[in-house]
Design a protein around this ligand. Structure first.
Ligand code: ADP
Length: 439
């Protein structure tokens, strides 16, 4: 059996029970209407209401009602609903054969009932099941007709019907072949539709699960953001108090070292909380028209003076002037800083970071940051935008998540290209705006 996730398997089971309920109801209605009306019609022409053919029909109706009652009792109890469906539909084929037999066998007008059974078998049991049921129907019909032809079976109703025994063998074979062909053709076509419906239903279930997971994640994220917000203020007070204590008290070297550790870790915690809040609740931006080359140059200049870059990394700049975008300066700085920091951390020892600023058609302005650092494996690339994913011993795994969510809020996408051992390029494009008049 296919290994399905537990929730999908239980939905499949629920779906099967639902369909079986409908089948059972339809069977009872169908029996009442079809066989009931046949009896009424036959009563008009038969010599006695106790004619053998009619007696079998009464028996059939009673047994279908009794079986439906049993099925209703069993439905809530059976563990394997698929097997239960096979049993019900298998017995239905036998009932249809009996109906055909008592209503004229070879000349019966009820052979179309096999097709009805095959159609609903494809809805419940799909391709494999409907093919098996077709096989069962074909075998039973062949057996009925051949038995009549050989004189083993005597049909009940023969008013104006045709008996197989009177027909020629070719005609009998022809009818059998046509019926078998009809059974398999209907099974094939209806299972094709049923398979398509099953595929769509599975996709829908998967989507429902996904939405539920995302909703749960969003609720957890909201809680975490609330918690982070509550941690922020006491942490700032504690750090401030410890700093004052450190400056006011004379400490021996061991205690001074411990105090340093406390402050360093408090700093780390505070930057984690701030980063997380930036990711979970990014502040609403103050959008203004900015000249990209100037804004990018400012951040790059700051970065060149930072300890993570100074003297170790050379920065190549290729900026096209005259590109303007509507954006919050703080957002742009945050995005660039995180990309530059990651690039510098990917470079072990000396290396180069190239920053390119260029227009693309029709109206985009793109920023590209390329490093010649360690690069990433395909597995790493798949996870880099997940919050808290990091491969660094002291990383928070929030830098790229922040960049990603900021860029998305400007209707853009962060693209990444990387080769292990060769380097990485991050790029994104923003909507280009006409330069302000006088610029
Ligand atoms: P952090 O830097 O705290 O690990 P990020 O979200 O910024 O968090 O980055 C997640 C991971 O993506 C990093 O741990 C690193 O493995 C990978 N990564 C990001 N930028 C680069 C880069 N320029 N080169 C190689 N790997 C990178």
């Amino acid at each position: 059996m296919q290994n399905l996730p537990v929730h999908t398997a239980s939905k499949r089971d629920e779906d099967m029970r639902f369909k079986l309920k409908w089948l059972m109801l339809a069977r009872v209605l169908f029996t009442t209407l079809l066989l009931g009306s046949t009896i009424v019609l036959q009563l008009g022409v038969a010599a006695s209401p106790l004619a053998p053919g009619l007696l079998v029909l009464y028996g059939l109706i009673a047994s279908i009602f009794f079986m439906s009652f049993l099925y209703t009792l069993l439905l809530g109890r059976v563990a394997n609903t698929v097997a239960f469906a096979y049993v019900q539909i298998g017995l239905d084929t036998v009932i249809v054969s009996l109906v055909i037999y008592v209503t004229g066998n070879y000349s019966s007008i009820f052979s179309f009932l096999y097709l009805v059974v095959i159609i609903y078998s494809s809805m419940l049991l799909y391709r494999k099941g409907s093919m098996l049921i077709s096989l069962l129907c074909s075998a039973q019909y062949t057996l009925l007709v051949i038995s009549e032809y050989r004189g083993v079976l005597k049909p009940f109703e023969l008013e104006d019907g045709l008996a197989a025994g009177n027909g020629d063998l070719n005609q009998v074979f022809y009818k059998i072949l046509i019926t078998i062909f009809g059974c398999f053709a209907v099974a094939f076509l209806s299972s094709l539709l049923a398979e398509q419906a099953r595929k769509s239903r599975k996709e829908l279930w998967a989507m429902e699960d996904q939405v539920r997971r995302v909703e749960k994640m969003a609720a957890v994220g909201e809680m975490a953001a609330g918690l982070a917000h509550e941690i922020k203020n006491p942490l700032a007070s504690m750090t401030g108090s410890i700093q004052i204590l450190r400056d006011g008290v004379h400490l021996d070297p061991d205690h001074a070292r411990l105090m340093h550790i406390v402050l360093r870790e408090a700093d780390r915690l505070s930057s984690l909380v701030n980063n997380f809040l930036l990711f979970a609740r990014p502040p609403a931006g103050k959008i203004e028209r900015i000249a990209l080359d100037k804004a990018v140059a400012e951040t790059v200049e700051l970065f060149e003076r930072d300890a993570s870059c100074r003297g170790r990394i050379s920065i190549q700049k290729d900026f096209k002037a005259g590109l303007f975008v509507d954006m919050d300066q703080v957002h742009l700085r945050q995005v660039l800083w995180n990309l530059l920091l990651n690039a510098s951390e990917a470079i072990n020892g000396r290396g180069t970071i190239a920053i390119r600023l260029y227009p693309t058609k029709p109206n985009r302005a793109c920023i590209e940051v390329t490093d010649d650092g360690c690069g990433m494996s395909n597995d790493t690339i798949k996870s880099i935008f997940d919050p808290f994913f990091t491969t660094k011993p002291n990383g928070t795994g929030l830098g790229l998540s922040i960049v990603h969510s900021i860029i998305e809020s400007y209707d853009s996408r962060l693209e990444v290209g990387s080769r292990q051992g060769a380097g990485t390029t991050f790029s994104f494009c923003l909507k280009r705006i006409d330069p302000p008049t006088g610029a």
